[in-house]
Design a protein around this ligand. Structure first.
Ligand code: ADP
Ligand code: MG
Length: 326
């Protein structure tokens, strides 16, 4: 089990991590989400033992993770950390980079492992190239494969897909997480991409300004977001007075509704003046105004500017959000 107890850390006088606590069972996947600068990368580095903490402890099973003051070579054997900026060996091939930490004592096993990883990151056909001949995204995939090569007990991934084309990310993500599950690797992934948090994690931490403001199952974080900050990490979101959609519910409360949760509904009292339609692939994101406030909703078709549209969220969803607020 990974056990983080009340850790705080700062650069000089500037606090970056403030009293963070959480635990993670072996074999589980944790996603850490939060706006840029909220402390995700610093947390991962602390977990890897790159910092001397001002306060608190980090344990991995019965071992305490110590900072550089106690550990001549920072980083632990059983942990692999993939930095946001990956460093590859420029003069050896992709194949050799991936196998860099693998023993030469079992050449056949080593070759098989490398082939398996090359397939996972979809680089088999580039195996003999040097990193310099690859794109940024391809280099990041090599770094990912190398981090997984030794099947660490604990794998720390910092924005592992940030340089990779989005059309490639989904398959890669599925391959990667199924490998991690199959091998029972415990994994912490920092990401600004909500898909990583929602589809693959057992648990999600929401970070804001160096603090963990939410620790929950990803589906609950999404469907019961509690704060505008948390909801906005998953896409365009609206804070709406329930009475503007359902006066009959007799409440003064507001709820958060994602753009995809508002639907055109002629019978709704909530009228929006459309300002712009943005093509998003499978649908249009519509930006409009209601009493001077910007609202977003999705529509299958673009809507002309200045047209008035009545929208609302389904009543069941509204009731569920209201209950979650109590
Ligand atoms: P995130 O990964 O969520 O974007 P970071 O952990 O990289 O956030 O950064 C959190 C805060 O710590 C930021 O305010 C950043 O400027 C600061 N910070 C990060 N690294 C350093 C450093 N080496 N020296 C001083 N401040 C740093
Ligand atoms: Mg970061």
């Amino acid at each position: 089990m990974l056990e983080v107890k009340d850790i705080s850390f700062g650069f000089s006088q500037h606090p970056v991590l403030r009293g963070i606590s959480f635990s993670l069972d072996e074999g589980q996947i944790l996603s850490v989400i939060g706006e840029s600068g909220s402390g995700k990368s610093t947390l991962l580095k602390a977990l890897y033992g790159l910092y001397d903490l001002d306060r608190g402890t980090i344990r991995w099973s019965d071992k305490k993770i110590l900072g550089p003051a106690y550990n001549l070579v920072p980083g632990e054997e059983y942990i692999k950390y993939l930095a946001q900026d990956f460093d590859l060996m420029p003069y050896i091939s992709v194949r050799e980079n991936i196998g860099k930490h693998l023993s030469n004592f079992y050449p056949e096993e080593k070759a098989n492992r490398i082939s398996e990883l090359l397939e996972i990151v979809e680089l088999s056909e580039h195996a003999e190239k040097k990193p310099g001949e690859l794109s940024g995204g391809q280099q990041q995939r090599v770094a990912l494969a190398r981090a997984m090569a030794l099947e660490p007990e604990l794998l720390l991934l910092d924005e592992p897909f940030s340089h990779i084309d989005s059309f490639r990310t989904s398959a890669l993500r599925r391959n990667l997480f199924s490998f991690i599950r199959k091998k029972g690797i415990t994994c912490v992934i920092a990401s600004h991409d909500s898909v990583d948090a929602l589809s693959f994690a057992d648990k999600t931490l929401v970070m804001k300004n160096g603090e963990v403001i939410r620790e929950d199952h990803p589906k609950k974080v999404y469907s019961e977001p509690e704060t505008y900050y948390t909801a906005s990490l998953f896409g365009e979101v609206n804070e709406i007075q329930v009475s503007q959609m359902f006066p009959e519910l007799h409440t003064e409360k507001t709820i958060f509704a994602y753009a995809n949760e508002l639907q055109a509904d002629e019978t709704s009292p909530l009228k929006i003046r459309v300002k712009a339609s943005y093509f998003e692939g499978g649908y249009y994101l519509i930006r409009g105004l209601h009493q001077g406030k910007t609202l977003f909703f999705n529509s299958p078709n673009p809507i002309p500017a200045e047209q008035i549209v009545a929208v609302r969220a389904p009543i069941d969803l509204v009731k569920k959000r209201l209950n979650a607020k109590d």
